[in-house]
Design a protein around this ligand. Structure first.
Ligand code: EPU
Length: 420
């Protein structure tokens, strides 16, 4: 296993390129299963998660070629189930269910189960498929979804934490080839859902309202091949912006979308960090001392849960009390005990983390528990005095493209080493 060895205390300076979005790319890759014609998807980030998705598409019978950020997929003839060993590695693989159901009228997928950040049920995905006329059976750890035909329907997809991103994506993909009109109420409004809808429309689908809580899909008989460029990764951009703020640096993030980052920019501004749009880039710089604030994670356009851990790391450096409330995933505070090893003072009270910030952090060995928690530990390590070893960075490689190389280009002293 590999680790990052970080020598902290160096302000980040320079320019960094924003990679394509992982969470937009995964469902878009799955959507290529909806046609037997070739699809070309550009700006696909090279990550272990996107590589898993390529393997899943191949195991379903598609041919795929992934090089230089461009993925060409042709799903000429496919089968309706994926190997358990592949699917279990990545929860995002659930988004193959919608396309398989639409194209083959059957999908057999292993139940994803919980993960370290929370329970992660798929009841809303299944509710959507059932509304379209599918029969669902759960047996031996698998979900079997079958349908004689799929028919458009009006459905409410809101759950206990609000909308579901992959649930909306899955049902939208199942509905594009259904008979008649589907209306998804309480749909997720995330930019990744809009990007998927754009790709589906380029393939010949008829979708309106993506980006709002009501999405309308008029079924068509057939989809064709298409080309698409994935949107920039707003979570990666936010992570680099926070790293620059934490180290009192000044960086330019090339190709980042300010319009996808309003809630993050607003909170960074409150914390004393300036984020300016300069053409297609974002310029990030701290304006003096960091200030404490409060953050509550919410579905888009609220503050993203995927940036909560990184923001918690930043607030450990802001003198005063900050309160971070997690409303999407119930146990997404695994980074807190590891941040404490660097000297952070954080208490968990129900769904909130209370950060008493301002104590200097000092380097220590820490363990990454999940993707965004790993990013928080890297940020804290960059800001801490001395050496920090972040172990188990395979979590990080799932969702950040060459993070160590990008940080080194910004002046960070960070090395990838074999874990001892
Ligand atoms: N939920 C249900 N029932 C469902 C589905 C979801 O109750 O059928 C609940 C979840 O338990 C959670 C809430 O709804 O409380 C939101 O979950 P959502 O379905 O939106 O999450 P997801 O689609 O499985 C995607 C991202 C996550 C990101 C969330 C929230 C991908 C591959 N994953 O997951 O990304 O945190 O949306 O924005 O797109 C990450 O990148 O680190 C990551 C975890």
């Amino acid at each position: 296993m590999e680790s990052f060895l970080i020598k902290g205390g160096v302000p980040l300076h320079g320019e960094v390129e924003n990679s394509g979005s992982k969470n937009a790319a995964l469902p878009i890759m799955a959507a290529a299963l909806l046609t037997n014609e070739p699809c070309v998807i550009r700006r696909v980030p090279d990550l272990s998660d996107t590589r898993f998705m390529v393997q899943i598409l191949e195991s379903l019978g598609a041919t795929a070629h992934f090089e230089g950020g461009t993925l060409t997929v042709r799903a000429k003839k496919i089968r309706g189930y994926a190997d358990y060993e592949l699917v279990r590695k990545m929860r995002g693989s659930i988004c193959i269910a919608g396309p398989l159901l639409a194209r083959l009228h059957k999908a057999r997928i292993s139940l994803p189960g919980g993960c370290i950040i929370g329970a992660r049920p798929i009841n809303l995905h299944l509710k959507g498929f059932e509304s379209l006329g599918a029969q669902i059976k759960i047996k031996g750890g698998y979900v079997d979804a079958t349908a004689k035909k799929l028919s458009g329907a009006t459905m409410f997809l809101g759950g206990r934490a609000g909308s579901t991103v992959l649930g909306t994506a899955n049902v939208m993909m199942a509905a594009v080839l259904a008979d008649g009109v589907t209306v998804i109420e309480s749909a997720a409004c995330e930019p990744e859902v809009v990007d998927l809808a754009d790709f589906l429309c380029a393939m010949g689908a008829k979708i309106s309202g993506a980006g709002s809580p009501t999405i309308t899909i008029t079924g068509v008989d057939k989809l064709h091949g298409a080309e698409h460029e994935v949107i920039p990764d707003r979570i990666e951009a936010a992570t680099f912006a926070i790293a620059a703020a934490a180290t009192d640096g000044e960086i330019t993030i090339r190709g980042a979308r300010a319009d996808h980052l309003r809630a993050v920019i607003d909170k960074l501004n409150e914390a004393g960090v300036s984020v300016e749009k300069r053409g297609a880039n974002l310029m990030v710089r701290r304006k003096g001392k960091l200030k404490p604030s409060d953050v509550t994670t919410l579905p888009y356009s609220g503050f993203p849960t995927d940036v909560q851990a990184q923001m918690t790391a930043l607030f450990t450096l802001a003198p005063g009390i900050s309160i971070i409330t997690e409303r999407i995933f119930e146990s997404r505070f695994m980074h807190v005990s590891e941040l404490a090893r660097l000297g952070a003072d954080i208490e968990i009270e129900g769904p909130s983390a209370i950060v008493k910030g301002g104590r200097p952090l000092s380097g220590a060995p820490v363990m990454a528990s999940d993707l965004r928690a790993s990013a928080a530990l890297v940020i804290a390590g960059l800001a801490a005095k001395g050496a920090t070893q972040v172990n188990r960075i395979y979590h990080l490689d799932r969702g950040y493209e060459r993070m160590d190389a990008k940080l080194r280009k910004l002046g960070a002293r960070i090395q990838r080493v074999e874990e001892k």
